[in-house]
Design a protein around this ligand. Structure first.
Ligand SMILES: Cc1ncc(COP(=O)(O)O)c(C=O)c1O
Length: 402
């Protein structure tokens, strides 16, 4: 298999995160462009048949075909690796492709997967419905209950999967504690870090083996492109993940990779604003008489506040709010907001709101939804980059009519 030629050590590798986000992974072509070059090509050509033969014999003889690798995508992968402190990265077509590939590269028939039950609807579907069809036993546990993790992992497992914070109820998992239990069980510990982003939380530094992203969210940050990434150790990425991606084909478009490279340049700045505004909005909603409950990692009322302080830098952009008036109130509130768009996406410059029970988590059985704390009055809010005072005023007027 021909992989891209190894690059010299990146000159920004030891520098601060904001510098790495702007400059990491950049490989200028002979044209000396300022902005990263977009190689929008499906394949590559060779001066002669001998060079083509050498490229296919690999592993170090240049580009072959974009399903196997592409220079623009490789710049994104290198920038993500520098950001996260991960030895190796592969980009994927979507976040779901990243989650699915990370799992499929880790398990075979007869294996067990232990996962948090607090997963995004499609991740829940993969773990609870797709994997069992291929002879993989799955166990779901409550994210914050270490005894459940310990019991489920006692017989051994091939993989552990969890989100922290989770979508949509902002449940947290103690990464270090579950990674230790997972490793003792022989499992690869996979963390979906979409809600936190690498700016707010570094799962690898807390003991996880693999991190997955939907780049569709904060990495893009402006709701333009779908994409994902899997980050982990070089052996896993090169020997297990890369062949799965190459032969099954969930390839990221180089165009999307280029958009994400541009998105990464402002990720640190954006997360600072997102977190500041989300913290203010969470505090405001928590005090409101029409609100039953607010979940935000940095609110002291969050039941796992201590874990948030330990493993997250700030609270991120996402919060869950449950209104006292149930579904009718939730719908009235969402409909009355002028500065929040009703959308299943998140991590955008625009504030977005979703009603999980009827959208993102509609395919999760009602009993399981109840167990996850997703009630008919629950809304998921992705706080955008608008002025925080404007957002607060908008929430206030919408609460007045719901
Ligand atoms: C936590 C989490 N993981 C994975 C995904 C899937 O990402 P994508 O829509 O890019 O496939 C999402 C999407 O909302 C998500 O919230």
């Amino acid at each position: 298999m021909a992989l891209p030629s190894p690059q010299p050590v990146d000159p920004v590798a030891g520098l601060s995160i904001d510098t790495r986000l702007v400059r990491g992974g950049t490989r200028r072509s002979h044209n000396r462009e300022t902005s990263e070059a977009l190689y929008l090509t499906s394949g590559f050509v060779y001066p002669d048949a001998e060079t083509a033969e050498a490229a296919f014999a690999g592993p170090e003889e240049g580009w072959i075909y974009t399903r196997f690798g592409n220079p623009t995508t490789a710049m994104l992968e290198d920038r993500l690796a520098l950001l996260e402190g991960a030895p190796a990265v592969r980009a994927t077509a979507t976040g779901m492709a990243a989650v699915f590939a990370a799992l499929m590269a880790s398990v075979k028939a007869g294996d067990r997967v232990v996962a948090s039950r607090a997963l995004f609807g499609s991740c829940h579907y993969v773990v609870s419905r797709i994997l069992p069809r291929f002879g993989v036993e799955t166990r779901l546990v409550d994210p914050g209950d270490l005894d459940q993790w310990r019991d489920a992992l006692r017989p051994g497992a091939a993989a552990v999967l969890f989100e922290t914070p989770s979508n949509p109820m902002i449940d947290l998992v103690d990464i270090a504690a579950v990674a230790e239990l997972g490793h003792a069980a022989g499992a690869r510990v996979i963390v979906d870090n979409v809600f936190a982003t690498a700016i707010e939380q570094r799962p690898l530094a807390h003991g996880a083996d693999v991190v997955v992203y939907s780049a569709t969210k904060h990495i893009d940050g402006q709701g333009r492109c779908l994409g994902g990434a899997v980050l982990g150790d070089a052996r896993f990425v090169v020997e297990d993940l890369q062949p799965f991606l190459r032969h099954t084909g969930p390839t990221l478009s180089p165009f999307n990779a280029w958009v994400f490279l541009k998105g990464l340049e402002t990720l640190g700045l954006r997360m600072e604003r997102h977190a500041r505004s989300a913290g203010r909005i969470a505090g405001f909603l928590a005090e409101h008489p029409k609100v039953l409950d607010v979940r935000y990692p940095r609110l002291e009322s969050h039941p796992q506040h201590a874990i948030a302080r330990r493993q997250m830098r700030r609270g991120g952009a996402m919060l869950a709010v449950t209104l006292a008036g149930g579904k009718a109130a939730a719908f009235r509130f969402a409909n009355a907001l002028r500065l929040a768009d009703i959308s299943p996406n998140l991590g955008d410059a625009k504030t977005l709101i979703a009603h999980p029970a009827t959208t993102t988590h509609a395919n999760v059985a009602p009993e399981e939804r109840a167990r996850l704390g997703i009630s008919d009055g629950t809304l998921r809010l992705s706080v955008g980059l608008e002025d925080a005072d404007d957002l607060l005023a908008d929430m206030e007027q919408a609460l007045a009519v719901c």
